[in-house]
Write a protein that binds this ligand. Structure first.
Ligand SMILES: Cc1cc2nc3c(=O)[nH]c(=O)nc-3n(C[C@H](O)[C@H](O)[C@H](O)COP(=O)(O)O)c2cc1C
Length: 201
């Protein structure tokens, strides 16, 4: 693990969990590919049901491709009436998000230099992909990187032409898209309601 001796901060698991934020403000600096490769190697240490490892990773770090996907993704979200990709994506309360997304300056990928899309290669593999994604997001902190899941990009990543372009299987499921990059400044913590524990006996 870490064959390229990439500089990495000493960070406890508890600190990583406590410090992770959905980062929405990035420096334009590219993330070196060996760092992304290392993050993916750590992501796949996540558990998966019957060790099926039903995941595949599409990495996009080409600026013009990212910009095009962001624009097309926005268009798809704002289309009236919503298409099947949007309706089928299970995006919660899209109506509330529409106004923000419709702003001309709204970038689906928040200006991040890299998008990693975890595709589930099996119908029941989506939850395993989430576990891999959390591994990746926590590990990213040790490299000084910020991350943000981008559920709003799920519909565009389900489009057959985009799947073909990303060389992913037609029947794979876009599970968790995440942007990765160097944060431009600190991100304050969001609040949590106390955990609702219904039974403990
Ligand atoms: C499945 C999922 C989809 C998300 N989609 C988006 C998104 O499209 N755009 C965005 O800016 N944040 C997105 N987020 C980030 C959440 O808004 C964020 O995690 C939440 O507000 C809590 O903030 P925190 O992660 O900083 O604690 C998503 C998070 C998850 C888990």
């Amino acid at each position: 693990m870490n064959p390229e001796k990439i500089p990495v901060a000493e960070l406890s698991v508890l600190d990583a969990i406590g410090q992770r934020r959905a980062v929405r403000n990035y420096l334009p600096d590219p993330v070196p590919r060996p760092v992304i490769q290392h993050l993916i190697d750590l992501a796949i240490l996540a558990p998966s049901a019957v060790n099926q490892q039903p995941w595949a990773f599409a990495v996009i770090d080409d600026r013009s491709t990212l910009e095009r996907l962001a624009m097309d993704g926005k268009e798809l979200l704002l289309a009236e009436p919503p298409g099947p990709e949007v309706l089928g994506s299970g995006l919660p309360a899209l109506a509330h998000l529409r106004e923000a997304v419709a702003e001309p300056g709204y970038d689906l990928f928040h200006g991040a230099p890299t998008l990693i899309v975890i595709y589930a290669t099996e119908m029941h593999g989506v939850s395993d992909c989430y576990l891999a994604g959390e591994n990746l997001m926590l590990a990213a902190l040790a490299f000084g990187l910020g991350t943000c899941p981008i559920g709003l990009s799920l519909p565009i990543l389900e489009m057959p032409d985009v799947k073909a372009e990303l060389e992913v299987g037609e029947d794979w499921i876009a599970a968790l898209p995440m942007v990765v990059g160097y944060p431009a400044g600190a991100t304050p913590a969001t609040k949590r309601r106390p955990a609702r524990i219904t039974t403990w006996r």
